[in-house]
Design a binder for this molecule. Structure first.
Ligand code: GAR
Length: 195
């Protein structure tokens, strides 16, 4: 069984979807939930579930990303994860960290990559007049929201959709896509999941 570390910064709804799926015949189990934010809702939920949690605050390190990442690495060590899932983790990771986890770290992003890397993806899709939108799970590389695509789920944008409405509709897809991709990934199957 593969051991999975899940990184969250906020509410952690994707983390919950992943954890809920990891039971029975699933090829992986949650090993630890990691956050840069002690107040992340995801951390409170994980503790309630009796999962291991660790908070590594980025703020004391200021602009020193290498020092933050060294602390992340040290915090992970006792849990010996095989896979890292970024699930709404809102810190950029440098090559120093991504190279160590190359091929073992995946991320979910709320757009149909390669469109709309970075923030405000729903507003940007609306602004562009797109008719399709969705989410992507990809392997993490040093380049932000880049790296081989492991799965995508898409929806139609409706007349009158707002960024908030789209965010909610995409999030529902995220909760289906991410667990589906993790199952394959944990079995070393990189065939893209298309929903
Ligand atoms: C999700 O929509 C995720 O795709 C996005 O943040 C949200 C986290 O929600 N991630 C990013 O924007 C990464 N740059 P959650 O905490 O409820 O899973």
């Amino acid at each position: 069984t593969k051991k999975v570390a899940i990184f969250v910064s906020g509410g952690g709804s994707n983390m919950r979807a992943l954890v809920s799926d990891m039971s029975g015949d699933h090829p992986a189990r949650p090993a630890v939930i990691v956050s840069n934010n002690a107040n992340a809702g995801g951390i409170a939920w994980a503790k309630e579930q009796g999962l291991q949690t660790v908070v590594v605050d980025h703020r004391p390190h200021g602009a020193d990303r290498a020092a933050f990442e060294a602390e992340l690495t040290a915090a992970l060590a006792p849990h010996a994860p095989d896979i890292i899932c970024l699930a709404g983790f809102m810190r950029k990771l440098t090559a120093g960290f991504t190279d160590m986890w190359r091929g073992k770290m995946i991320n979910i992003h709320p757009s149909l990559l390669p469109k709309y890397k970075g923030l405000h993806t729903h507003a940007r899709a609306l602004e562009a007049g797109d008719t399709a939108h969705g989410c992507t799970v990809h392997e993490v590389t040093a380049a932000l929201d880049d790296g081989p695509i492991l799965g995508q789920a898409s929806l139609r944008i409706h007349e009158g959709d707002t960024a908030e409405v789209l965010a909610e509709r995409v999030l529902v897809l995220e909760h289906k896509l991410y667990p589906a991709v993790l199952r394959r990934f944990a079995e070393n199957d990189r065939t893209p999941v298309i929903l």
